[in-house]
Write a new protein. Sequence first.
Length: 473
Amino acid sequence: MSIKIYNTLTGKKEDFTPIKKNHVGMYVCGPTVYDVPHIGHARSAYVFDIIRRYFIYKGYKVKFVRNVTDIDDKIINKAKEEFKEEDLNIAVKSVSDKYLKVYHDYMEKLGIMQPDAEPRATKYIDKMKGFIKILIKLEKAYESGGDVYFDVRKADNYGKLSNQSFEMLESGARVAPGENKRDPLDFALWKSSKEAEPSWPSDWGNGRPGWHIECSVMSSDILGNEFDIHGGGIDLVFPHHENEIAQSEGAGKKFARYWIHNGLLTINKEKMAKSLGNFITIEDILGKYPSDVLKILFLQTHYSHPVDFSWEKMEEAKKAQDRFCILLDKLNRVKGEGFPSTSLGTGRVNSDVDAFRMRFENAMDDDFNTAEALAVLFDLVTHINKNFTEINLDNAKNVLIKLSNVFGLFEETVTNGRERFQTVPCEIEKLIKLRKEARDKKDFSTADRIRKELEEKGIILEDTKGGTTWRIK
């Protein structure tokens, strides 16, 4: 079965056909580095990490490019705020370097794979100027008062990505103070410099590039004039990605074949904002939960749909992670000293385990349906638990780990053995001890709650004369 992708450009699912057989060129809009990354950034990065991993799993060679915007009004404002006494040019670089490092640190903590290329906007200024000159020569852009604008009326099918007509776009268009464009819909390719702000010399005077031009230039330079996939958040469809298409095709480039956009993230059904007091950083999450818990929360929703975050949902995701961890710990200990030999499988139900792999692939082949694929992993956990004494445990563990790693889950099991999970039995034993203490005090409601809590995690308690033991459901 081929991979089907919902293409924002065509508005339908399409079979994925790469430009070069068994190769994928993939460009994803990366961070504007002026602040610490929040969980919305984590969601977008994780979505495209999964897509990249799944292509690799399917045998493709992937070239993954994620850009960095390191010159921008927000970065300049942050520089003025954090480095008041410094030269603004130096301060801007200090801010971008600082927050790019922070971004890298948290991507690593989340287990997000590093990009194959990570171009920075300020390293591409000369190529951007060259691109703009081509557009002016082709009469797709014009200079006005030191600025350069793209003439959207010269674009073929402008609005085709966001599915908007000129009439629809004109209703909300306006010319902001200080802009010199002929049409409210035109957008800046080059901005003339303001006093003391970072700038570069050009044929149109000192200035810096507009935001949209950087992605067109960097993607085509690294992946070619036509490449397979362009990704980003749904909020980038218009105007950013729409303008990328217009200027790239205006310069004679075919540009991206498939456009993939992830849904946004809300907090208790409200937009996340510092002003609302619901701004949650990646650091906030990792201070309370392992990264896999946040990943499981994200996996439960299709990438194209919005995710509503709450701490209650994180607790549910933690319980789901516990189910995996408990089984993986048992699998890691199965051949260890003192583990019952009867738990070593005979391999009679090998084919059943392989069937889970097929179900997983069918879900992911259908526009990367992580919610359905995650459900398959849960079913596999249950299947292994129920057939523990009959299944080929090495094969079962390998299949579970290989499929989980498509989601970047439990990767440390490969290199660190059981270290990641060795605390799980200790936690169970601690709860059993608390339950015994509750029963001795005749606090049966607490004892029952602990039993139920463990049962929800797939742990069955068995009270015997010799004490309480536990097993996986």
